[in-house]
Design a protein around this ligand. Sequence first.
Ligand SMILES: Nc1ncnc2c1ncn2[C@@H]1O[C@H](COP(=O)(O)OP(=O)(O)OP(=O)(O)O)[C@@H](O)[C@H]1O
Length: 312
Amino acid sequence: MHCLQTRALVHRYGNDLVLDGIDLQVPTGSIYGFLGPNGAGKTTTLRLLLGLLRRQQGEIAIFGHRLDEDRIGLLRRIGSMIESPSFYEHLSARENLALLQKVYRCPRGRIDEVLALVGLAQTGRKRAGQFSLGMKQRLGLAVALLHAPDLLILDEPSNGLDPNGIVEMRALLQRLNRELGITILVSSHLLPEVEKLATHVGILHRGRLMFQGTIDALQARQHQRRALRLRTGDDDAAQSLLARHGHPAHRDVDGLSLPALDDADAAALNRTLVAAGIDVFELAPERGDLERIFMDIVEDRSTASVTLGEAA
Ligand SMILES: Nc1ncnc2c1ncn2[C@@H]1O[C@H](COP(=O)(O)OP(=O)(O)OP(=O)(O)O)[C@@H](O)[C@H]1O
């Protein structure tokens, strides 16, 4: 079951095509990392999902209903944080929330609950203007949580945080997901962060969804394409020798990369190199980290959009 789905979502700013047929599928209960470099179109997508931008082409369905059908009703079940949250700087966290609690007409007791959830219960009379960036982000999250949403839509919540703040934000989001069952759609350009945080990932590049599926499916994709990493005492000589033996190797900053071989062929190749007087420091499968997969997907201009595995 998908908590949020889009079909063929297209958006233009003037003549600039910024989203080119996006089919998002965010499974209920997931943490969906919406990943892409700056300018890929993430914020535009999230603004469309929240009805902050007028939909031009394509469909958006949330909790199984078209957004246009019941925008207000659906938004009541969504908490969001798009760009840096703004507050009354001269008011405390509690006072800021008390104002919004009246607007949202949620129970007063909810203020203490969300302050505790985001770890701001002890900030007392301290003004929001004196908060660290991490505390401001957490207060933004408290605002998003005030009306007890089923879905959180967050635009780069780790932006500008120090490493400690990033770890805290991740732990908090995972707790909200695990303990309260909140589905979270979170955009990021930080690949290692998405790898640690998310259960599912969508990779956006130049307005196209290049990959969508589970983190495991993404890594499985890499496994299929896995290459061998070779580092030697003389990479130039090794490259020439390999070419003569029908193993074209690609040179990069880490040494040589060549198409995957089975164990027997890899052992034979090792013997050939050593017999030619070339020291072999490393002969192993490429790292399967997301960074490399991401570069693979994004650099491969011919790659069609792929959906791997069942996103649900
Ligand atoms: N209001 C606007 N008018 C014109 N062009 C815009 C507008 N907003 C965004 N763009 C352009 O649309 C493209 C996508 O921007 P968007 O902010 O959606 O990307 P993003 O992936 O969120 O990037 P970032 O992480 O840098 O915010 C960019 O080229 C941007 O310059």
